[in-house]
Design a protein around this ligand. Sequence first.
Ligand SMILES: Cc1ncc(COP(=O)(O)O)c(C=O)c1O
Length: 485
Amino acid sequence: MALELSKEETLEKRKRLIGQSCRLFYSDDPVKIVRARGQYLYDENGKRYLDCISNVQHVGHCHPSITKAAAAQMDLLNTNSRFLHDNIVLYAERLAATLPERLCVFYFVNSGSEANDLALRLAQQYTQHEDVIVLDHAYHGHLKSLIDISPYKFRKLTGQKEWVHVAPLPDTYSGMYREDHPNPGQAYADTVKDLIEEVHRKGRKISAFFAESLPSVGGQIILPHGYSTKVAEYVRSAGGVFVADEVQTGFGRLGSHFWAFQQQGESFCPDIVTMGKPMGNGHPLACVATTEEIAGAFTANGVEYFNTFGGNPVSCAIGLAVLDVIEKEDLRGNATRVGAHLKDLLTKLQTRHRIIGDVRGAGLFAGIELVKDREKRTPATETAALLVKRLKEEDKICISTDGPWESVVKFKPPMCFSMEDADLVVQCIDRILTGYRSNKFIQFTWQNMLLPCTNSDHCGDSLCLCYGLFFSRVHSYIRAPTDLK
Ligand SMILES: Cc1ncc(COP(=O)(O)O)c(C=O)c1O
């Protein structure tokens, strides 16, 4: 039995023992979570938090069916995939049923990063080319090979390698072609075509185009219609393959489709699909699905692919249980219904708060982009950060931001998120944004003076006047985001 530590002790040990580049959510006042169920997290004092962040605990935290399947298999056998076992083949068969027929060969690994690294190897081996095209602001994992193809990371590190080429993010809200463009799908696909021609002029060759099927790190971007089909056509005619990163978006999160790439239409099929996060509901389980031709080329190099933990009986038992729960509890149906309700509420909110520039997403993968002004679409980064902080402190709601300027407030909760949960989050966002607007004019009413200060905990402002109740509203004004002042 592990020792129980106070929150301060945990924090002190974490600072001392864990690499400081492994950051915590809410780093100035982290939440210590000791148990969880469904869409709720509980801290060491039993306080309940609504979780809008955990796309990993896909069917709900600590789902009893998943725990039961894991424990039963753990009790019976766990070994590596060099022994013949039913689970891996039964699981591969179930996954194959969710995918287009040509994606019929599977490699099981332990993380999204491992899946993308293997996808890179498969593509390079099959095409015998080296170069990769990625979307701007993309993130595909923490391995060195993936930092190299993740502009979100390499821009802060050693920079762009000569074999990596960055295409514009097909963002029809703040990108180069917007919602008023007659055919943004074609226009953005043409930027990839131009990039391929440029690569060829340099005497280089494309092995792969890598993209999230719904770019999440880029800010919950819905790819414009026709984009992927056209890009796949250009990339294939250059001898490359199309890799769809479904690490965040797969397993029915969009409700309408099991895989986000399917949003692009029946005729579109990637050559490689990578999956991870939600696959094991928190257990490290990830996978690469590809075609017989690509897998064949990988086999033909004569080198064994061995992964100690990938596809072990326990992981596959968990994967099978996740698929069962998605079906039995109609979680795709729930994502469709609750996602539509959430989007509807957020769209109504947008009519009242000019700071909400855009509402987008599909199913339980949604986002609101906050802007300082609607015409210029300048990101309201500071408000987004404060909104996240206040939702956690005042309402016990955990939510995060993303996008190139961290101005997109993201919703990717466990798939059991309910209508009532959606109502609550939107009401709280409304209250906070309304408060910021009215704080522009400090109202010294008695009622205001008696309100407890919401920001007193960790105020680092040297000029802060936050001394108890009297100055609470003054303090809120001082701390109100300059985006809104
Ligand atoms: C789109 C995408 N791909 C790949 C990864 C890497 O997955 P992992 O952290 O499991 O290695 C992530 C992780 O955040 C991701 O968001």
